[in-house]
Write a protein that binds this ligand. Sequence first.
Ligand code: ZN
Ligand code: ZN
Length: 346
Amino acid sequence: MKALVYHGDHHIALEEKPKPQILKPTDAIVRVLKTTICGTDLGIYKGKNPEVADGRILGHEGVGIVEEVGESVTQFQKGDKVLISCVTSCGSCDYCKKQLYAHCRDGGWILGYMIDGVQAEYVRTPHADNSLYRIPQTIDDEVAVLLSDVLPTGHEIGVQYGNVRPGDAIAIVGAGPVGMSVLLTAQFYSPSIIIMIDMDENRLELARELGATHTINSSTENAVEAVFKIVSEGVDVAIEAVGIPATWDICQQIVKPGAHIANVGVHGVKVDFEIQKLWIKNLTITTGLVNTNTTPMLMKVASSNKLPLKKMITHRFALNEIEQAYQVFLNGAKEKAMKIILSNQA
Ligand SMILES: [Zn+2]
Ligand SMILES: [Zn+2]
């Protein structure tokens, strides 16, 4: 089968690999229909995760058709259309019992990281009963791909951990796919002011279309000053959705007393934490990896077509054009790329 394989810092290639086999009775083999490239995949490509083995198939988001199941799999059978969650969970370890599926003792984020992933014609999914979700007929396959990672990540780690409440003023720093997912799912809780901060005018325009009440272009104006012009005391919730020191700095400067800072971004280097200014502010600061415990709820919302999710999809390629798709996503601003869908036509 064809698969996108990682070979160390800045080396990836579409290659012929053996089709995956059932290794444990709880596994399923899924024929991939649609997959995508995540910012995290770009991080691996750029050498941010040297722990990823040479020869690893990348990708952790996608939908497909169950091809084969191990003998202990009871919830799925050959032919079922399924969402492949970015997080694998056994459902029975101590972390799974606390719904911290991201930290499952035999799972968590492993697809396209510690085990072969979804940017391939077929993928082996461990703990299939807990890690796959049946897809209702009413959900478009492309929209379903957003449920693997970006929507639950934005909702759980941005909106829920940030404790967004009705009437709040919130700021989202970073208008990428996860920032946009924060923007969409924050609106479940009716904040009164939603400020989106980014350096890319196209992304800010899309943010306004998707519900941002204010946008700030941090390449042309001082983002912190601009936030205080909108909300004189600062925001109730600041959500960091980039993962670099500069965006963390904005978050810690724009919050009012009692606020939440929810960090969603994947950081590669340390940040300055201005505890000497923040100790007095009664802040709650949260971090985390998506647990996917709200995936079933988000599936229902997506199937009702209440969210303009399709607007997040900007590019489409065949799976065998994935190297080109990586180049487009790497030049996201220039290419006006948000979410790229790859279709397996094999
Ligand atoms: Zn992802
Ligand atoms: Zn577990």
